[in-house]
Design a protein around this ligand. Structure first.
Ligand code: ADP
Ligand code: MG
Length: 603
């Protein structure tokens, strides 16, 4: 029988490699700019058209290439950066695999113009789908200009797979920001169409941050520096009060290479422990410098993941660096999360978080107890200050007192009577220090969340048996997900059995959630779990508790009877953290007497 194994033609091998290296226009942007940085450029200009789909051009004033090198640079595994396998471990340059240019040239129309400083004439090379179309001497500036036109023009499936322009542009901006942050001593210009997106002169990191994110960042940066024999950490962290609800402005670099690491991110977050409202993320740009022999970057071609040989030590350095940055700026005492009522939240939050932000501990009984003592103390405080209520007190103390009142305590008959629902959305009731407005949906979400957390922790729950068990058919992957979390979902109060292919028979649901049907509840749980998973990267238990709380809670617009309102309020103030919904929105607000008085010019 004839031999059948053949080597793939280079053009096909390159196309296959391109799939890994060049996923979208942003990947080409990254590779080209990294090459310019490696070529010791001082100024780098990025020009794109049509979100990079029509054109990506990078122009640098770096060392340029000889004609032979320019031609060679398009070959796969052609690189000037490593010569032998060991070099991989002492890597200092950005690129090293020698496959970027070859890959890009396999899937686009590429034009290279380049000239060495010592040469008078430079070189022009045109390649389309790995085929060299033109190679000639050409007059050009010192340095290199590479333009990549019509990315994936020869692979329609990949081209169709590209996302809308705003999405692709967002990816390009992300890459650009990372490179510009890591190289503030280089000048960058970014032009999209006819518009200058960024014009960043060479400068210090702080100037680069302001250049990229705006003047507002000036006042929020706290410098960060820490050195140990293993590694050093430098950069800036944003002050806690500027933290945002969304992620995206967290930049971590190792030896100037942008990386993602949940582990190191956690180190930063733990340094902020107790200073951030729930689910918000501080800005940070941190550079870890470490001897390359302690890391392995050869994990993935896109090179955003990394392995440290001593992860824990790096964690400790980062955490301590950030701690110090926050400490030296004396941020702690000045934090005021929101206004008024949230003095309560500050106390209860710091009580809840004083041990550790880890999920399990946050809900331990010891903490619960200390939290309740806090509440009780607050209440005593109120009792003591109450008689002064009629003598006009110092505005300051009054504000303090009113904010500290634990509102849900025995009230007068009159106040009991005045519990009502506004717009089927808010519960309104007078309290001693003003008028309390509770968001029924957020409050109930908080109550359910804490209930589910406890159930998951104790791995036990009651279930309310269904009179008529319902079947639900799921997609194969959702079905697998449910089966994987069978124990947890059972702990939440569901009872079910497998009922044919990808189908379940639901026999029971968590009690007292009568308003949602069995099927809707389980499907909603799975759906919300997946959303949380992609957006928040939560631990499974926290994710499940949040997902089900969100799905099962009383919604805005739902009419409640008096007893329901009362039990909602009681439930809320029996919570560990009554002030916030699981995703950090305030659950209630007190329109305090002082404010009311101020409307009538009485003080
Ligand atoms: P790598 O960067 O991994 O070496 P590339 O395919 O990205 O692989 O580039 C191949 C080679 O082409 C580089 O090693 C370098 O010698 C040369 N090169 C690419 N871009 C530039 C540039 N802008 N200036 C000078 N040389 C370049
Ligand atoms: Mg490269």
């Amino acid at each position: 029988m004839a031999d059948i194994i053949q080597l793939l033609p280079d053009s096909i091998a390159n196309q296959i490699a391109a799939g890994e290296v060049v996923q979208r226009p942003a990947s080409a942007v990254k590779e080209l700019i990294e090459n310019s940085i490696d070529a010791d450029a001082k100024n780098i200009k990025l020009i794109i058209k049509d979100a990079g789909k029509a054109l990506i051009q990078v122009i640098d004033d770096g060392k340029g290439m000889s004609e032979t090198d320019a031609r060679m640079s398009l070959e796969r595994h052609a690189t000037s950066k490593i010569r032998k396998a060991e070099d991989l471990f002492t890597l200092r340059t950005m690129g090293f695999r020698g496959e970027a240019l070859a890959s890009i040239a396999a899937v686009a129309q590429v034009e290279i113009k380049t000239r060495l400083a010592v040469d008078e004439l430079g070189t022009l090379i045109v390649v389309e789908g790995s085929e060299v179309k033109k190679q000639e001497a050409a007059a050009t500036e010192r340095g290199t200009s590479i333009s990549v036109k019509n990315l994936f023009y020869n692979i329609p499936a990949r081209r169709n797979f590209l996302k809308s322009n705003p999405v692709e542009l967002r990816h390009i901006i992300d890459e650009f920001q990372r490179l510009a942050l890591a190289n503030s001593e280089l000048g960058f210009i970014f032009i999209q169409g006819d518009e200058i997106v960024y014009d960043l002169p060479a400068g210090k990191l702080s100037q680069r941050i302001v250049g990229l994110f705006g003047k507002g960042y000036q006042e929020q940066l706290a410098p960060c520096q820490e050195e140990t024999s293993l590694a050093s950490v430098k950069g800036y962290v944003g002050k806690p009060e500027f933290a945002r609800k969304t992620r995206g402005e967290q930049f971590l670099f190792v030896n100037r290479r942008f990386i993602r690491s949940n582990y190191i991110h956690h180190a930063v977050m733990s340094a902020f422990e107790g200073l951030l409202p729930e689910n918000s993320f501080p800005f940070y740009v941190l550079f870890i410098e470490i001897d390359p022999k302690h890391i392995d970057v050869n994990v993935h071609p896109t090179k955003t993941e990394i392995k440290f040989d001593d992860e824990r030590a790096v964690y400790a350095v980062v955490r301590s660096a950030v701690r110090q940055a926050i400490g030296t700026h004396n941020l702690t005492p000045t934090i005021d999360f929101d206004a008024d009522v949230n003095i309560i939240s500050k106390l209860s939050q710091s009580a809840a978080q004083s041990k550790d932000v880890y999920f399990e501990e946050r809900f331990s009984t010891a903490l619960h107890k200390s939290n309740q003592e806090n509440w009780e103390k607050l209440f005593e405080e109120r009792e003591k200050t109450l008689p002064q209520r009629d003598i006009t007190p110092e505005p300051q103390t009054m504000r303090f007192e009113s904010a500290l009142n634990k509102p849900e305590q025995p009230e007068t008959a009159l106040e009991e009577k005045f519990l009502f629902q506004l717009h089927n959305q808010y519960l309104i009731r007078p309290v001693k220090n003003g008028l309390m407005i509770i968001d029924q949906q957020l409050a109930h979400e908080r109550i359910l969340f804490e209930r589910f957390v406890n159930q998951l922790k104790n791995k036990a729950s009651d279930s309310q048996q269904s009179l008529f068990p319902q079947t639900v058919t799921l997609s194969a992957s959702d079905f697998a997900l449910v089966m994987e979390m069978e124990k947890e979902i059972t702990a939440l109060g569901f009872r079910f059995e497998v009922f044919g292919k990808n189908a379940l028979l639901i026999n029971g649901v968590p009690p007292n959630l009568a308003r949602a049907g069995e099927k809707a509840l389980l499907e909603g749980l799975v759906e919300q779990f997946k959303i949380n998973q992609s957006e928040l990267a939560l631990p499974i238990n926290e994710n499940l508790a949040r997902a089900l709380a969100k799905k099962a809670c009383i919604k805005s617009g739902q009419k409640l009877v008096k007893e329901e309102m009362q039990s909602l309020i009681e439930g809320l103030f029996a919570c560990l953290t009554p002030n916030y919904s699981p995703d950090g929105k305030p659950t209630f607000f007190i329109f305090d007497n002082l404010k009311i008085e101020s409307y009538f010019n009485r003080q």
